[in-house]
Design a protein around this ligand. Structure first.
Ligand code: UTP
Length: 234
């Protein structure tokens, strides 16, 4: 059974409703226990969400260099990763006690632990790209990108009410939607264009779905049909 990799958007750690957040965290912990119980390995790459946006906004008061702003964003992703890592250690999961700083290190840690949680690595991309790189380094054929939208759309649903959800497309078709230019520090997109490029380079299939409903994540991880967008490598 290959190692499974998930990019967990940082916004998922902070849904508006405190009650929903507690339920979601409980379900996530259950999913990890269940996964581990079946002898499977899981690499989780956590996004920065609200702390990243807040920290980047604060940092922009004193400097504007993208590399430095990305460095601030990375520290927020590692903060969120630490929350999840400690929460899984707390319930007795075999989680790596360190948060790796490279995907190579994470891949090595997955040899000796069932679960590895990490955040960002280097400036110039988001945690979506880190998850794709981790999938590549672990030899995983696909990567789940759990975000807070149901599907990839043919245009931005925030600005175009006519935007249509897409059930299935190829990585090259996705690259046409996302473009190829790197995002600015803290900038959001359905999928990071660098992640799409790296997925194309390594031939990694993506499942892009709404991680607020963890049953969708579980379906994708188990290879069942899932609600979301399947992005084929070809
Ligand atoms: P995220 O991965 O959280 O961005 O990184 P995101 O996907 O847009 O947001 P959420 O969490 O899913 O809502 C936050 C910021 O941290 C820096 C970038 O500035 C990014 O915008 N970052 C993150 C890096 O520079 N390198 C990384 O490997 C990860």
């Amino acid at each position: 059974m290959p190692t499974q990799i998930i990019a967990l958007g940082g916004s998922l750690l902070r849904p508006e409703e405190a009650e929903q957040r507690t339920i979601w965290f409980g379900q996530l912990r259950q999913m990890a226990v269940h996964f581990e119980g079946n002898g499977r390995k899981l690499g989780i790459v956590v996004g920065g969400g609200l702390p990243a946006r807040e920290a980047i906004t604060l940092a922009k008061e004193s400097f504007s260099d993208s590399y430095r702003l990305d460095t601030v964003g990375i520290s927020a992703t590692r903060l969120n990763a630490t929350i999840l890592q400690q929460s899984l250690i707390d319930i007795g999961c075999n989680v790596s006690p360190s948060i790796p700083v490279t995907t190579g290190e994470a891949s090595d840690l997955l040899e000796t632990h069932n679960i590895v949680v990490m955040g960002g690595t280097t400036p110039g991309h988001t945690t979506d790209a880190v998850a794709v790189a981790l999938a590549r380094d672990c030899g995983a054929p696909h990567c789940v990108i759990a975000t807070n939208v149901s599907h990839i759309h043919d245009s931005d649903p925030k600005t175009n009410p006519e935007a249509k959800p897409i059930e299935e497309l190829t990585l090259s078709e996705l690259a046409e939607i996302t473009g190829t230019e790197a995002l600015r520090p803290g900038e959001s997109a359905a999928v990071d264009p660098i992640a799409v490029k790296w997925a194309m380079d390594a031939g990694i299939r993506l499942a892009v779905l709404d991680g607020r409903d963890l049953s969708r994540v579980e379906d994708a991880l188990e290879g069942r049909p899932f609600i979301g967008t399947l992005v084929k490598a070809e």
